[in-house]
Write a protein that binds this ligand. Structure first.
Ligand code: ZN
Length: 357
């Protein structure tokens, strides 16, 4: 059996390189991908630190990749070896009835949810994608590898949240937390017609890149109460908020205080079990229970269709996902270094990427 090299999740705070991982052989509708570029994610860091996903144990980590189709199973119809594809951060199991009732986002077929030992992450020389025709996205001509990988999770997550906000032209939006996902939310809000887009963060690099992504104003949460800062800057509440971070600074309560009655708050930030996540505590933030405010927590949209539409936005210059890439490495041996950057140990990092060659 041929083997490959991969960076696996062995145990809590114990990643490891292994050279004896079997190279998956595609069956039925499966596609084997040879990653060209991967990106670490803060969720990889969370998993490593907390061991939150036992099904990943012993498998390669990583869920943001773009690469080449290496081999296809006999039932694959729409791809052939050599095709350039981006892999959505979550694959969907399109063959369960719940999908037809609109639950596709939650029926995941990923290394994180499936016990199938052949199904690993992208920090490996090869990775398997099941139901490949619907879980691989074509990278259109003119879209770079960096653009493609940046869209696989950061854009699919942020755009999903912003789309739900249902903005009207000329509205004002707050993006709370402007790391990699928040940067994409700034761009999405601009594309959806927001006039004023206020980013909340603290690192100079995020303000600098955020201005290019579509942000018009930036607030540093270290300069005092963020709700007061937003209300003063805007002269009153904003139309909508998307929270993309800030679990330790009561982002949700703050967000509810920034929108008027009838306003919407979308959350796409991941809250670990031990995070100091704060649900609305003050009755005033809910207008004593009568506020008509809507909160929705959204996860990334998996599968092919949504990612392909976002890649078209990049192709036609409607947004620039590559702006979030702050560090580029060559060689898969740099994955641990890139992961460390993502873990918040470098204030100049938004999104590191690793080319395998
Ligand atoms: Zn991710």
């Amino acid at each position: 059996m041929s083997t490959m090299r991969g960076y696996i999740f062995e145990d809590i705070n114990k990643p490891a390189w292994r050279d004896d991982i079997p190279i998956p052989v595609p069956e039925r509708d499966e596609i084997v991908i040879k990653p060209v570029i991967v990106a670490p994610c803060t969720s990889d860091v969370h998993i490593l630190e907390t061991g939150a996903l036992p099904t990943l144990k012993g498998k390669p980590m990583g869920h943001e990749a773009a690469g080449l189709v290496h081999a296809i199973g006999p039932d694959v119809k729409l791809f052939k070896p050599g095709d350039k594809v981006a892999i959505p951060a979550t694959a969907v199991d399109w063959c369960v009835p719940a999908v037809q009732n609109g639950y596709d986002k939650y029926i995941q077929l990923s290394p994180y949810s499936s016990p199938d030992p052949r199904l690993g992450g992208c920090f490996a020389e090869y990775m398997l994608v099941q139901q490949g025709d619907l879980n691989c996205a074509v990278i259109p001509d003119g879209v770079t590898w960096e653009q493609a990988v940046a869209c696989t999770d950061m854009a699919t997550t942020a755009f999903e949240g912003v789309e739900w906000l249902d903005l009207r032209f000329g509205q004002t939006v707050v993006v709370y937390g402007i790391g990699a996902v928040g940067q994409m939310a700034l761009a999405a809000a601009a594309l959806k017609g927001a006039a004023r887009i206020i980013g909340i963060g603290s690192r100079p690099i995020t303000f600098e890149v955020g201005a290019k992504m579509g942000g018009t104003d930036f607030i540093d949460y270290r300069n005092g109460d963020v709700v007061a800062q937003v209300l003063e800057l805007n002269g009153g509440p904003v139309d909508a908020v998307i929270t993309c971070g800030g679990g330790d600074i009561s982002a949700m309560t703050d967000a509810l205080r920034m929108v008027p009655n009838g306003g919407r708050v979308a959350n796409v930030a991941f809250y670990a079990a031990d995070s100091q996540w704060s649900v609305p505590t003050g009755a005033d933030s809910w207008w004593w229970g009568l506020a008509d405010k809507t909160v929705r927590g959204l996860t990334t949209r998996g599968g092919r269709g949504f990612l392909e539409r976002l890649l078209l936005l990049a192709k036609y210059g409607r947004f620039h996902p590559e702006y979030i890439v702050t560090h580029t490495y060559h060689g898969m041996d740099h994955i641990p270094e890139a992961l460390d950057k993502m873990g918040g140990h470098d204030r100049t990092a938004i999104k590191p990427v690793v080319f395998f060659d």
